[in-house]
Design a protein. Structure first.
Length: 120
């Protein structure tokens, strides 16, 4: 937490408080939807993003309730892995490797590798 930054932006501080409370309630409740509802109620009662939460409570609960932390982790891991494969493909292209070999090693689509080749 950066106190100077939070002093300059109270909304950022309140958002950080909201996220911290959501993390706390997520650990406390087995049901993620319940954790979201408790977080919103707590924050409104404690004047943390209260005006915004009151105005957007339906959309926020709906959005956060559909969020699946496990899916988010998996998607993030896949994106990181794809970024690594793209870097590896660039290196292989620079080394003059054949596209077929790059496809075999990286599992990237041929179109992606051909696009990388054009960019080099």
């Amino acid at each position: 937490m950066n106190k100077k930054l939070f002093d300059k932006s109270p909304n950022l501080k309140q958002y950080a408080d909201f996220v911290d409370k959501l993390r706390e309630f997520t650990k406390q409740y087995d049901d993620y939807n319940q954790a979201v509802k408790e977080t919103v109620e707590h924050c409104i009662k404690n004047n943390i993003l209260a005006e915004f939460l009151r105005a957007e409570v339906g959309a926020i609960v709906s959005l956060l309730s559909t969020y699946d932390p496990e899916v988010a982790k998996r998607v993030y891991a896949e994106e990181v892995l794809e970024d690594r494969f793209i870097e590896q493909a660039k290196e292989m292209l620079s080394d003059g490797e054949a596209i077929e070999k790059i496809i075999k090693w990286t599992k990237l689509p041929q179109e992606t590798i051909e696009k990388l080749q054009r960019e080099l």
